[in-house]
Design a protein around this ligand. Structure first.
Ligand code: GLU
Length: 195
Protein backbone atom coordinates (compact mmCIF):
# COMPACT_ATOMS: atom_id res chain seq x y z
CA UNK A 1 0.00 0.00 0.00
CA UNK A 2 1.31 3.43 -0.88
CA UNK A 3 0.84 6.72 0.94
CA UNK A 4 -0.79 10.13 0.88
CA UNK A 5 0.22 13.12 3.02
CA UNK A 6 -1.62 16.44 2.81
CA UNK A 7 -1.05 19.63 4.77
CA UNK A 8 -2.67 23.05 4.90
CA UNK A 9 -1.99 25.59 7.61
CA UNK A 10 0.41 28.33 8.61
CA UNK A 11 3.72 26.37 8.44
CA UNK A 12 5.79 25.67 5.34
CA UNK A 13 4.21 22.60 3.78
CA UNK A 14 7.18 21.05 1.97
CA UNK A 15 9.28 19.86 4.96
CA UNK A 16 6.16 18.49 6.65
CA UNK A 17 5.12 16.62 3.52
CA UNK A 18 8.59 15.17 2.93
CA UNK A 19 8.86 14.06 6.56
CA UNK A 20 5.40 12.50 6.29
CA UNK A 21 6.41 10.60 3.16
CA UNK A 22 9.50 9.29 4.93
CA UNK A 23 7.34 8.04 7.79
CA UNK A 24 5.15 6.18 5.27
CA UNK A 25 8.12 4.55 3.51
CA UNK A 26 7.58 1.29 5.40
CA UNK A 27 4.50 0.63 3.27
CA UNK A 28 6.62 0.17 0.15
CA UNK A 29 6.61 2.35 -2.99
CA UNK A 30 8.46 2.95 -6.24
CA UNK A 31 8.32 6.71 -6.64
CA UNK A 32 7.35 9.82 -4.73
CA UNK A 33 6.10 13.33 -5.40
CA UNK A 34 4.85 16.55 -3.88
CA UNK A 35 2.61 19.36 -5.19
CA UNK A 36 2.55 22.82 -3.58
CA UNK A 37 -0.15 25.46 -3.96
CA UNK A 38 -0.27 29.10 -2.91
CA UNK A 39 -2.26 32.27 -3.71
CA UNK A 40 0.61 34.18 -5.40
CA UNK A 41 2.27 33.42 -8.73
CA UNK A 42 3.66 30.92 -9.37
CA UNK A 43 0.53 29.29 -8.03
CA UNK A 44 1.55 25.69 -8.33
CA UNK A 45 4.77 23.70 -8.28
CA UNK A 46 5.34 19.98 -8.35
CA UNK A 47 8.37 17.77 -7.87
CA UNK A 48 8.59 14.04 -8.45
CA UNK A 49 11.27 11.35 -8.38
CA UNK A 50 11.60 7.63 -8.99
CA UNK A 51 13.01 5.61 -6.10
CA UNK A 52 13.48 6.58 -2.50
CA UNK A 53 11.94 9.64 -0.87
CA UNK A 54 15.53 10.72 -0.19
CA UNK A 55 16.02 11.16 -3.96
CA UNK A 56 13.06 13.54 -3.98
CA UNK A 57 14.48 15.39 -0.97
CA UNK A 58 17.83 15.74 -2.79
CA UNK A 59 16.25 16.89 -6.09
CA UNK A 60 17.09 20.36 -7.42
CA UNK A 61 13.40 21.29 -7.62
CA UNK A 62 13.05 20.70 -3.89
CA UNK A 63 16.00 22.95 -3.13
CA UNK A 64 14.44 25.63 -5.37
CA UNK A 65 10.88 25.12 -4.06
CA UNK A 66 8.65 28.16 -3.64
CA UNK A 67 7.32 28.95 -0.17
CA UNK A 68 3.85 27.45 0.27
CA UNK A 69 1.69 26.51 3.22
CA UNK A 70 -0.55 24.05 1.37
CA UNK A 71 0.43 20.86 -0.41
CA UNK A 72 -0.09 17.20 -1.16
CA UNK A 73 2.46 14.37 -1.21
CA UNK A 74 2.42 10.77 -2.40
CA UNK A 75 4.41 7.57 -2.43
CA UNK A 76 3.31 5.47 -5.39
CA UNK A 77 3.14 1.75 -5.79
CA UNK A 78 2.49 1.49 -9.52
CA UNK A 79 -0.60 -0.43 -10.54
CA UNK A 80 -1.16 1.18 -13.97
CA UNK A 81 1.92 2.44 -15.80
CA UNK A 82 5.56 1.73 -15.02
CA UNK A 83 7.43 3.53 -12.24
CA UNK A 84 8.61 6.77 -13.86
CA UNK A 85 8.67 10.49 -13.15
CA UNK A 86 5.76 11.05 -15.57
CA UNK A 87 3.66 8.42 -13.79
CA UNK A 88 4.53 9.56 -10.27
CA UNK A 89 1.86 11.59 -8.48
CA UNK A 90 0.59 14.33 -8.29
CA UNK A 91 -1.31 14.32 -11.60
CA UNK A 92 -2.94 17.26 -13.33
CA UNK A 93 -5.62 17.98 -15.92
CA UNK A 94 -4.88 19.50 -19.38
CA UNK A 95 -4.87 23.10 -18.18
CA UNK A 96 -3.29 22.64 -14.76
CA UNK A 97 -6.47 23.66 -12.93
CA UNK A 98 -6.60 20.57 -10.72
CA UNK A 99 -3.88 18.51 -9.10
CA UNK A 100 -4.33 15.30 -7.15
CA UNK A 101 -2.77 12.31 -5.47
CA UNK A 102 -4.48 8.91 -5.48
CA UNK A 103 -4.21 5.63 -3.66
CA UNK A 104 -6.09 2.77 -5.28
CA UNK A 105 -7.04 1.50 -8.72
CA UNK A 106 -9.53 2.75 -11.30
CA UNK A 107 -10.60 -0.47 -13.00
CA UNK A 108 -12.33 1.05 -16.02
CA UNK A 109 -9.68 3.70 -16.66
CA UNK A 110 -9.01 2.55 -20.26
CA UNK A 111 -12.64 3.16 -21.19
CA UNK A 112 -12.49 6.63 -19.62
CA UNK A 113 -9.12 7.40 -21.19
CA UNK A 114 -10.56 6.66 -24.64
CA UNK A 115 -13.68 8.73 -23.97
CA UNK A 116 -11.69 11.67 -22.60
CA UNK A 117 -9.25 11.63 -25.53
CA UNK A 118 -12.22 11.72 -27.91
CA UNK A 119 -13.43 14.78 -26.01
CA UNK A 120 -10.07 16.51 -26.62
CA UNK A 121 -8.09 15.77 -23.46
CA UNK A 122 -4.34 15.21 -23.60
CA UNK A 123 -2.79 12.63 -21.27
CA UNK A 124 0.70 13.05 -19.85
CA UNK A 125 0.98 9.74 -17.97
CA UNK A 126 0.07 6.08 -18.32
CA UNK A 127 -1.76 6.01 -14.99
CA UNK A 128 -5.37 5.22 -14.19
CA UNK A 129 -5.25 8.21 -11.83
CA UNK A 130 -5.00 10.82 -14.57
CA UNK A 131 -8.55 10.13 -15.80
CA UNK A 132 -9.81 11.54 -12.50
CA UNK A 133 -7.97 14.83 -13.10
CA UNK A 134 -9.55 15.23 -16.55
CA UNK A 135 -13.02 14.30 -15.30
CA UNK A 136 -12.64 16.93 -12.57
CA UNK A 137 -11.51 19.47 -15.17
CA UNK A 138 -14.69 18.85 -17.18
CA UNK A 139 -16.91 18.97 -14.12
CA UNK A 140 -15.46 22.30 -12.93
CA UNK A 141 -15.59 23.73 -16.46
CA UNK A 142 -19.31 22.92 -16.54
CA UNK A 143 -19.77 25.32 -13.63
CA UNK A 144 -19.96 22.92 -10.71
CA UNK A 145 -18.51 23.93 -7.36
CA UNK A 146 -15.60 21.77 -6.11
CA UNK A 147 -17.62 19.33 -4.01
CA UNK A 148 -20.27 18.84 -6.69
CA UNK A 149 -17.51 18.46 -9.29
CA UNK A 150 -15.81 15.75 -7.24
CA UNK A 151 -19.10 13.89 -6.83
CA UNK A 152 -19.82 14.16 -10.57
CA UNK A 153 -16.32 13.08 -11.60
CA UNK A 154 -16.30 9.98 -9.40
CA UNK A 155 -19.86 8.78 -9.67
CA UNK A 156 -19.42 6.55 -12.73
CA UNK A 157 -15.89 5.33 -12.09
CA UNK A 158 -15.33 1.70 -11.09
CA UNK A 159 -12.56 1.04 -8.61
CA UNK A 160 -11.09 2.18 -5.32
CA UNK A 161 -9.64 5.48 -4.26
CA UNK A 162 -8.39 7.71 -1.52
CA UNK A 163 -7.80 11.15 -3.03
CA UNK A 164 -6.18 14.42 -2.02
CA UNK A 165 -7.28 17.10 -4.49
CA UNK A 166 -6.28 20.76 -4.89
CA UNK A 167 -7.94 23.23 -7.27
CA UNK A 168 -5.49 25.90 -8.35
CA UNK A 169 -8.16 28.62 -8.08
CA UNK A 170 -8.82 27.69 -4.42
CA UNK A 171 -5.47 27.98 -2.61
CA UNK A 172 -5.30 26.78 0.98
CA UNK A 173 -7.97 24.13 0.55
CA UNK A 174 -7.44 20.40 0.03
CA UNK A 175 -10.42 18.24 -0.81
CA UNK A 176 -10.37 14.66 0.43
CA UNK A 177 -12.53 11.72 -0.49
CA UNK A 178 -12.23 7.98 -0.31
CA UNK A 179 -13.91 4.77 -1.35
CA UNK A 180 -12.19 1.92 0.44
CA UNK A 181 -8.60 2.48 1.57
CA UNK A 182 -7.92 4.85 4.43
CA UNK A 183 -7.55 8.59 4.87
CA UNK A 184 -7.21 10.05 8.35
CA UNK A 185 -7.54 13.76 9.12
CA UNK A 186 -5.52 15.32 11.94
CA UNK A 187 -5.71 18.83 13.40
CA UNK A 188 -2.82 20.67 15.06
CA UNK A 189 -2.62 24.24 16.39
CA UNK A 190 -0.94 25.33 13.12
CA UNK A 191 -2.89 23.41 10.52
CA UNK A 192 -4.51 20.24 9.29
CA UNK A 193 -3.02 17.03 7.98
CA UNK A 194 -4.48 14.08 6.12
CA UNK A 195 -2.66 10.77 5.86
N1 GLU B 1 -3.24 3.35 -9.41
C1 GLU B 1 -2.41 4.46 -9.19
C2 GLU B 1 -1.15 4.41 -10.03
O1 GLU B 1 -0.82 3.40 -10.56
C3 GLU B 1 -2.07 4.63 -7.74
C4 GLU B 1 -1.24 3.51 -7.21
C5 GLU B 1 -1.04 3.65 -5.70
O2 GLU B 1 -2.02 3.41 -4.96
O3 GLU B 1 0.08 4.02 -5.33
O4 GLU B 1 -0.49 5.38 -10.20
Amino acid sequence: MCGIVCYTGSEQALPLLLRGLQILEYRGYDSAGVGLLRPEAPLFQQMRAVGEVQRLIDADEVRRAMPATCGIGHTRWASHGRPSVENAHPHQDCRGTVVLVHNGDIEDHLLWRTRLKTRGHTFRSETDTEVIAHLLEEARASGLDPVAAIRAALKDLRGTYALGIMFVDIPGTIYLTKLSGSLIIGKTPHGMFAV
